[in-house]
Design a protein around this ligand. Structure first.
Ligand SMILES: Nc1nc2c(ncn2[C@@H]2O[C@H](COP(=O)(O)OP(=O)(O)OP(=O)(O)O)[C@@H](O)[C@H]2O)c(=O)[nH]1
Ligand SMILES: [Mg+2]
Length: 464
């Protein structure tokens, strides 16, 4: 990928809408705009002025065809998203208009189609943002809850990278002292004492561990959790999905075996994205019908991946062998038992359930009449956050790669402490600290491998 290239792409979703935006970035952006744009007022000139919105027309210079009336902005670098010269064309958003303008732009000299995330990649390569901020942009676009959005905006402001740089500065400071003791042992410089170095290292370790401990919570708010609704046929699983969503998403019928495919939807429970799947009922004996068989196999596969399972029982009919078999299969998972159909006469007494079921949390609802659903949501939320230390820390890590790098950093600090305690030569301690510095640098993108960087940008769409 040549950074000198000028790139272009449609930045808005393609389709019918109020406006659509085409973005051009690179040294030829302005020239291209001048070729295809004519200002309305004083139509002899393109009239581009930095950071001004100018009204005019996009005209094919070859055929003189007017493609659309547009607003155009020219943002010279480095005061732009990519730090390069950027032109944004705001046109009417229709399938053809956007395509035609993009095609016209791409037919000009020295410009090519942007790759996914390439505008943001240039902002990163040109030093406007670091890697945690790149990730924050992706999180911001994908955020489905306020908490996820707040986390992303805070990370975009640089809270995580500031913290990382702060810790880096402390390590560098320590290293400077240690290394000058190596280089100038005879000089009359004031070195940190052994106790001082040890104390500083253990402070650093605690600080890093505190940051590491925000991972589960950060991840939870960013990614949410997977919850499967399971049970024997006809107990009301799809009705329960609909009640949780507040809409008629899944087909409900009195016939057992209505749901055959997995239905996935997501809701937000107190800021946590809850990814729910409704599954096909699992019968006692394997179905002979090949479609139903596929459905139950898929149910088993998906339910076993869920972090939380809602096991639905029909309270208007007795507890069956079928119910017990399903429970036994999934009892190792985090389970909430839902007694459904409480609007009908009770045929199942919770206190007569086998003791293994009674140990689980039991919630009664009527999915059909929307009773007990709020209480169920509360139980689901409590179950998710149980065991999670909600720290409300202003700085979070929320990706596995942050966690891995932090763990390696801590490992380096621990090795340095050990070397110090064992009276090893000071060179070894310096080496461990240098390694820790590199691992910290991975988080912000200073020492990150090309492979990881590519993976981060693969989350982006074309035009961002
Ligand atoms: N009275 C009453 N009927 C309910 C309730 N919940 C579901 N039903 C009825 O039970 C029947 C089965 O409901 P579904 O939601 O399709 O059940 P399911 O578990 O998804 O069934 P399968 O997909 O076939 O496994 C339908 O006739 C629903 O109207 C409830 O709370 N009260
Ligand atoms: Mg169903």
């Amino acid at each position: 990928m040549e950074i000198q290239d000028t790139i272009a792409a449609i930045a808005t979703p393609v389709g019918i809408g109020g406006i659509g935006i085409i973005k051009i970035s690179g040294s030829r952006a302005r020239k291209i705009a001048e070729k295809i744009f004519l200002r309305k007022k004083n139509s002899k000139s393109h009239g581009l002025k930095p950071y001004r919105l100018i009204l005019g027309e996009i005209i094919d210079p070859a055929s003189h065809e007017v493609i659309d009336e547009v607003l155009i902005t020219y943002m010279p670098g480095p005061e732009s998203y990519t730090r390069e010269d950027v032109v944004e064309i705001q046109c009417h958003s229709g399938y053809l208009v956007l395509e035609k303008i993009l095609k016209l732009v791409l037919s000009q000299e020295g410009v090519r189609m942007a790759e996914p995330g390439e505008f943001t990649r240039r902002a990163y390569l040109n030093g406007r943002i670091d890697l945690t901020q790149v990730e924050a942009i992706s999180d911001l676009i994908h955020a489905r809850t306020n908490s996820a959005l707040n986390q992303a905006t805070s990370q975009l402001k640089g809270t995580l990278s500031e913290k990382i740089f702060e810790i880096k500065r402390k390590i560098i400071n320590l290293l400077t002292h240690i290394e000058s003791a190596i280089d100038f042992p005879e000089e009359d410089i004031e070195f940190f004492s052994f106790e001082e170095i040890r104390w500083r290292l253990s402070e650093l370790k605690d600080e890093l561990k505190t940051l590491l401990s925000t991972y589960e919570e950060g991840k939870l708010f960013r990614e949410g959790i997977k919850m499967a609704i399971i049970g024997r046929p006809n107990v009301g699983k799809s009705s329960l999905l609909n009640a949780l969503l507040g809409e008629e998403r899944a087909i409900v019928s009195h016939l057992p075996g209505t749901t055959r495919d997995i239905i996935a939807e997501s809701v937000n429970i107190n800021g946590i994205p809850l990814n729910i799947i409704d599954t096909a009922g699992i019968p006692l004996y394997p179905p002979t019908n090949p479609i139903e068989k596929k459905g139950t196999n898929l149910t088993r596969a998906k339910a076993s991946q869920a972090n939380l399972v809602l096991f639905v029982l029909d309270r208007s009919s007795p507890f069956t062998q079928n119910d017990m078999a399903i429970f036994s299969e999934f009892q190792e998972k985090r389970i909430i038992i839902v007694l459904n159909k409480t609007d009908l006469p009770a045929e199942l007494d919770p206190s007569s359930l086998p003791s293994s079921l009674q140990k689980k949390q039991i919630v009664s609802v009527s999915a059909k009449y929307n009773q007990g659903i709020e209480e169920l949501k509360k139980v689901i939320y409590d179950s998710i956050i149980r065991g999670e230390k909600i720290t409300s820390s202003p700085v979070f890590i929320n990706r596995l790669r942050h966690k891995v790098s932090l763990e390696k950093t801590i490992d380096g600090i621990e090795k340095a402490i050990k070397s110090l305690d064992e009276g090893m030569s000071i060179e070894f301690i310096a080496l461990d600290l240098r390694r820790s510095l590199d691992y910290l640098g991975e988080i912000v993108g200073e020492t990150t491998t090309e492979e990881i960087i590519d993976q981060i940008f693969s989350e982006f769409c074309i035009g961002k």
